[in-house]
Design a protein around this ligand. Sequence first.
Ligand code: HEC
Length: 185
Amino acid sequence: MKPLSLLALGFIALGAHAGTAVDNEQLQSEAAGLIPAFQQQLLGTVKQAMAEGGPAQAVEACQTLAPSIAEQHRQAPWKVGRTALKLRNPDNAPDAWERSVLEQFAKRAEAGEPIQQIRHAEVVDGQYRYMQAIGTAEACLGCHGEKIKPELLSLLDQRYPQDQARGFREGDLRGAFTLSRPLAP
Ligand code: HEC
């Protein structure tokens, strides 16, 4: 791999673990800029459902609305989603690249890097890909924590028979936002 040819593409090679790491400020800030609205809508939807019908309705809302919220925040040419190593919804399973980044994020979090700073961008097969860590807040514990209410647990068992997204503590790495777009030709 010739560093010069990477520079010629307009990217600065930062490392070479799973491919070509990039530091393209504009793409990175575009990607990061799409996340807050996506995150807020997810949280707002959960909170509203929680207020209206309690945790069961909130789980229902998560299950039925999360994918369509991701779809709404898909802003051409960007794709937006969430993934994790410990999954609740198998539809959110990481691909090989995402898995390796999540593993790297877990190491970085373990080494003490603040979760809100953990992010990674890379060009993979002509796609600009960006991931940003998601921490576990107190508000998440009711559904992802160590003491999930029994009625909620049985609902989760029923809806997500392979659920692994529980047992988290506040401040744990929960997963990551994952965004991608094809590079401009
Ligand atoms: C009302 C229960 C509830 C609350 C509260 C909740 N979640 Fe979830 N979470 C779910 C459900 C249900 C899913 C699966 C829905 C989906 O994405 O298809 C999910 C999925 C996820 C995923 C996608 C990866 C996966 O495992 O499928 C992430 C990441 C996530 N939650 C993080 C959080 C964070 C961070 C918080 C707190 C800010 C939070 N959740 C609060 C119920 C909840």
